[in-house]
Design a protein around this ligand. Structure first.
Ligand SMILES: Cc1ncc(COP(=O)(O)O)c(C=O)c1O
Length: 489
C-alpha cells in the first residue's frame, strides 16, 4: 500500500492532550481503513518530526494505542497495525473539544427566512389554548406501537426499502376508502398521495402549481404557514375577507377582475381561524368561478372529523366534477401531529406531479408507519379512536363555552361552532386583546390572538381559543386565569 501519511493537525492548548489526539487520529485511520492490519507505522522520531512534537509525546501515543490493542510493537522493527484489531464495539460518543469551533455565522449571504406560524412559547406550568392541536394524551399509543411492531417484524423485508413517493399502496387504498365513505369523494388509490402532514402537501402543491409571480388568493384572516409555502414558491399572496359565511366570494370575484389568479386556498369546513362554515351558495359560486377562470381550489380540510351537532358538511371536493379542487387532509388532528401523516386527493396527473416533487425532497414517507396506520384504518381502530375523541372534544367545547359564559360574560362574545377544535372569541370591551394575552401569559394562560392570522399582522379584537388539547379541569382553570388577567380599564 501507499505509505501512510499524517493527515491530521493537532490542536495546541488546554484541550485534549497531544498524545491522545495522536492516538485518536491513528485509531480513526485504522477504523477507516487508511491503515490496514500489518501495516508499519512510521518510527516515533519520524512522526514526532512530522507533527512538530517531542518524541516522547509520540511514544506516549503509541503506548496508548498498544494498550487499546490497535497496534503492536515489534522489538527493533517498530510499530505495526495489529492483525487482531479490537472489537470495534459501538461505544458511546465521547465529547472532546473539536479542533475547529463551529462558526457562528455563514461565510455567504442568506435569503430571508419564511415566516410560518411561530411555535408557541409556553412557560412551564402554563395552560396553552392551542389553536389547532389535539390532546395527544388520548392517542392510543400502545395500539399504534403494536401495529408498528407488527409491520416491522412481519414486513421489514419490503417496508424498509425504497418505495413509491406517493406513499405505501395499502395506505393509499385505505385513505381512498376512508374519504369515499366519510367525505363523499369519488377517489381511488391512484388519486391519493400520502404526505408528511398537510404542511408537506401544501409545500408540494406550491412546487407543482406555482410559478414566480403567480397570484394565490387566501382567506384573510387565515393560516400563515400555508401562505408562506406559496410565497416560497415565488407566488404573490392576496387576502380575501371572510365573514360568517366563510370566504366572501364576491370579493374574490373582484380580485379575479384585477389579478390572474392561479389558486385559491380555503378551509371551508371550519374556517381557520374563525371557525365559520362556508355557506352552500358560496361553495357553488367558488367552484363555478374556478371552472370559468381555470384556477385551482386548495381545500384544506384539517379538522373534518370534528362535528358535534349533526353531520359534517361535505367538502367542496365531493361536488367537483371538473377537476378544480385539490383536497388536503391530515391525521395530525384526529391522531397526532408528530406522526406526520397527511394526504392529497386529486386527479391523477396532479398526483404524479407532486409525487415527482416529493421524490426530490423526501424520496418517500415512512413506509412502516404508513403500513401500520393502514392496518389500523382497515381494522376500524382509528375510527374507534375518532369516535372517542369526538365525544370528548364535544364535551370540552361545552365546558369552555360554559366557563366563558360564567366567568367572562361581559368581556367576550362568540358563536358556538358546530364542530372543530377551537372557539373564535371577540373581546368586547377590551379592544386590546394583545395586552390581555400578555397579561394572561403572566397568569399562566397562553392564548393566540388575531394578529397571528392577519396578512398585515395588525391587531384585531379576537382570539382563537383551542379547547381540544386541554381537559375540562384545565379549561376551567385556564378561563379562571384569563379572567384574572383581564386588562384593567
Ligand atoms: C389550517 C391548518 N392547516 C394545516 C395544518 C397543518 O397540519 P399538519 O401539517 O400537521 O398536517 C394546520 C395545523 O395547525 C392547520 O391549522
Amino acid at each position: 500500500m501507499a505509505r501512510w501519511e499524517v493527515s491530521f493537525t493537532l490542536e495546541r492548548g488546554p484541550g485534549v492532550p497531544l498524545f491522545q489526539q495522536i492516538a485518536r487520529a491513528v485509531s480513526a485511520d485504522i477504523r477507516r481503513g487508511r491503515l490496514r492490519p500489518g501495516d508499519a507505522l512510521p518510527g516515533t522520531r519520524t512522526l514526532a518530526h512530522a507533527l512538530g512534537v517531542q518524541r516522547l509525546t509520540v511514544v506516549a501515543a503509541f503506548d496508548e494505542l498498544v494498550a487499546e490493542g490497535w497496534i503492536v510493537n515489534q522489538r527493533a522493527r517498530g510499530a505495526f497495525v495489529s492483525t487482531d484489531l479490537p472489537d470495534p464495539k459501538p461505544r458511546r460518543f465521547t465529547s472532546w473539544e473539536p479542533p475547529v469551533a463551529m462558526a457562528d455565522r455563514t461565510g455567504f449571504d442568506l435569503l430571508a427566512a419564511p415566516e410560518p406560524e411561530r411555535p408557541y412559547d409556553v412557560p412551564r406550568g402554563s395552560l396553552l389554548f392551542a389553536p389547532s392541536r389535539p390532546d395527544v394524551r388520548l392517542v392510543p399509543g400502545k395500539v399504534i406501537g403494536r401495529a408498528f411492531r407488527r409491520a416491522m417484524s412481519q414486513r421489514a423485508g419490503t417496508l424498509l426499502s425504497y418505495g413509491p413517493s406517493q406513499g405505501h399502496p395499502r395506505l393509499r387504498q385505505s385513505v381512498s376508502t376512508m374519504v369515499a365513505s366519510t367525505r363523499g369523494l369519488a377517489a381511488g388509490p391512484e388519486n391519493v398521495c400520502i404526505t408528511r402532514g398537510s404542511q408537506m402537501a401544501l409545500s408540494l402543491l406550491s412546487r407543482a402549481l406555482l410559478r414566480p409571480g403567480d397570484v394565490v388568493a387566501v382567506e384573510q384572516l387565515g393560516y400563515r404557514s400555508a401562505w408562506e409555502s406559496f410565497k416560497v414558491a415565488g407566488a404573490k399572496v392576496i387576502g380575501v375577507p371572510v365573514d360568517r359565511d366563510g370566504l366572501q366570494v364576491d370579493a374574490l370575484e373582484r380580485a379575479i377582475a384585477q389579478h390572474d389568479i392561479r389558486a385559491v386556498y380555503v378551509t371551508p369546513h371550519h374556517q381557520f381561524p374563525t371557525t365559520v362554515t362556508m355557506s352552500a351558495g358560496r361553495r357553488l359560486k367558488l367552484m363555478e368561478l374556478a371552472r370559468t377562470h381555470r384556477f385551482a381550489i386548495i381545500e384544506d380540510d384539517y379538522d373534518h372529523e370534528f362535528h358535534y351537532d349533526g353531520r359534517p358538511v361535505l367538502p367542496l371536493a365531493s361536488a367537483d366534477r371538473f377537476g378544480v379542487v385539490i383536497y388536503v387532509g391530515t391525521f395530525s388532528k384526529v391522531l397526532a401531529p408528530a406522526l406526520r401523516l397527511g394526504y392529497v386527493v386529486a386527479p391523477v396527473p396532479l398526483i404524479a406531479r407532486i409525487a415527482a416533487h416529493r421524490s426530490l425532497i423526501d424520496t418517500q414517507g415512512d413506509q412502516v408507519l404508513e403500513y401500520a396506520i393502514a392496518e389500523l384504518l382497515d381494522d376500524g381502530e382509528i375510527q374507534r379512536h375518532i369516535r372517542r375523541v369526538r365525544r370528548e372534544y364535544h364535551a370540552r367545547r361545552d365546558t369552555l363555552v360554559e366557563a366563558l359564559r360564567s366567568q367572562l360574560a361581559d368581556d367576550v362574545t362568540f358563536a358556538v361552532p358546530a364542530g372543530g377544535i377551537a372557539l373564535w372569541v371577540r373581546a368586547t370591551k377590551s379592544a386590546d386583546v394583545d395586552r390581555w394575552a400578555a397579561r394572561a401569559r403572566d397568569h399562566g394562560a397562553v392564548i393566540v390572538t388575531a394578529a397571528a392570522y392577519a396578512l398585515d399582522g395588525r391587531p384585531r379584537p379576537f382570539m382563537r381559543l383551542g379547547f381540544a388539547s386541554l381537559n375540562s379541569r384545565e379549561l376551567e382553570e385556564g378561563v379562571r386565569r384569563l379572567a384574572a388577567a383581564r386588562p384593567i380599564r
